[in-house]
Design a protein around this ligand. Sequence first.
Ligand SMILES: C[S@@+](CC[C@H](N)C(=O)[O-])C[C@H]1O[C@@H](n2cnc3c(N)ncnc32)[C@H](O)[C@@H]1O
Length: 359
Amino acid sequence: MTDVNTLLLYCRSGFEKECAAEITTRCAEVGIYGYPQFESAQGYVLYHCHEPGGALSAMRKLSFRALVFARQWVACMPRLDDLSASDRIGPIRELVAELPETGELVVEVADTTDGRELQGFARKFGSALAQGLRRDGLMLPRKQRAEWRLHVFVLTGRTLWVGVAPVGNSSPWPMGVLRLKFPKHAPSRSTLKLEEAWHYFIPARRKEELLRGSMTAVDLGAAPGGWTWQLVNRHMFVTAVDNGPMNEALMDSGQVEHRREDAFTFVPSKPVDWMVCDVVDKPARVTELMLQWALNGWCRNAMFNLKLPMKQRFDEVERCLERLREALAEAGIKYRLQARHLYHDREEITCWLSLTPEH
Ligand SMILES: C[S@@+](CC[C@H](N)C(=O)[O-])C[C@H]1O[C@@H](n2cnc3c(N)ncnc32)[C@H](O)[C@@H]1O
């Protein structure tokens, strides 16, 4: 498996620079060196490791969830070019024979206009390929579990990447994207950010405990109410802080108190289960606000956005997360902090700060 030297990482188109800086930094921290390669707006990044088999070592040493900007990662064999339309499967078969054993196949494309045009081809090709590989004993029979998942990333009908991802240390969703249906009655599309955040961050075994009805919540920068809608939908009682107007139907639920105040000076009368924050302001300022809530014990969990309209987005995220980690550690507070550039996030990332982490 010494040829598995390239990490392929999918990201939102336009965030290749951040994804590349992040994987380079995280790999160097665990002693894996290489160089990134990407073009802007292509929706993916390559990281070529110097060490033979370096892409597999990276996956053993790093946690996928520690990456903010990568939607998915795949440890790849060298790229297949100039495939003939009459036999694409043959060359893929040769590469698959060199890879760890897999039990499922996903054929994916970049999340770009060009990529999406190949989706129909990818789907058809995927079922033919899976059948062929199983017939040749190169993939386990259906439903038999394996530690690895096989990925084929289609760039054109003649060019593709073949690789694997660890089932337990990668995104479970095709293209690393969790698609959600917009809830008909929600007041804004932003609602999907909080819904996705809960799906992504909160493990199924903790959903009951962390998202119970009758919990209390504060929504900072709440208007018109997409995030409040999610909280109310889970039967929570919400204080919505915003100078702007809240959706009327949401207010009619009787579960929302609207406070026309500044999120940066608002103080809750009692600690709450959840504080969520979608205020549009400088990330450093929002970070200090989150710290204030954590250090004062005003909430048990915080879900917040850091808006990233600036050029050096990766550096800014690193600075903010480091500031939180250092200040919380210094105060002796137990916490868990995770961050992710969610599918429904645009120029922003979402963070979950849990002040009641599992032991
Ligand atoms: C992106 S919108 C929030 C959308 C909301 N999460 C939703 O799902 O409908 C940002 C909101 O932050 C509010 N905001 C900005 N600065 C604020 C501040 N200092 N205090 C309170 N609200 C603020 C704005 O009025 C705006 O309604």
